[in-house]
Design a protein around this ligand. Sequence first.
Ligand code: ZN
Ligand code: ZN
Length: 292
Amino acid sequence: MEKQSLKPRSPYAGRCIVLTTKHAKSIAIASPFFEKLNAGVLEYVVDTDQLGTFSGEVERSGNALECARRKCELAFDLLGDTVEFALASEGSFGPHPFIPFSPCDHEILYFIDRKHDFYLHMSHVSEKTNYRKESINSLEELLKFADAVQFPSHALILRPSDRETKTPIFKGINCQLELKKVFTECMKQSANGNVWVETDMRAQFNPSRMAVIKELAEKLADRLSANCPACDTPSWGKVRVEPGLPCQCCKSETKMTKHDIFGCTRCSYEEKYEPFHGLKHSDPGNCEFCNP
Ligand SMILES: [Zn+2]
Ligand SMILES: [Zn+2]
């Protein structure tokens, strides 16, 4: 019988990737990592709130990327040398960079591989978020807010007065009865007759956020499934684009992508590929000479 050629095996097959999280993010991450890499994702439950909270009681020190890295390092520091692979996520919310008046969810996934000696982080900006915060002073306004942000499948956070109130804070509110009760309590304790309401952005209270993390986990798992042709380290993939696609008319270089550059996270080896748009020339409309 003829021997069948084996498919290249993922270097993570049968291995355990430690995900530092307090908010059950393996719900989003485990299945892409299993399907694409045959890897297991094991949650290491740490109180990551010490590194910052969305609701502002603990300000995040450093930016989101540093925070995600710190979460990975927690797994190495606290669990010891046997941990080879660590993963963590960090999200930020605010105005969309390109779509006016629209909020966005900016997610980062940070991966450290001590066995193959590299780290890799990827990010994703999505407009699929219910992120919103408001000051209200009636139950009617509260219910209107709740309706607009997919409550009760997506939870809310309430506090008396304004966003500066540190205590009491009512988090993870995801039922109508509790919402009304908490609103009454906040009104009672309010210094200015207002109640501050915002969407709870912690992943297990926010299915929209969980879905965005999953999209990013799929991108990361894809990237980890390819090895560098030169040094065989996993995580071979697109690292940047090279502009300069020639103008159809005058042949001068435009700002449009000429090549996609694939690279390695460990060595300096790179390869050029045809750009994703598949075009050989740019429309003269994009040319600084033909269309100044
Ligand atoms: Zn031109
Ligand atoms: Zn390499």
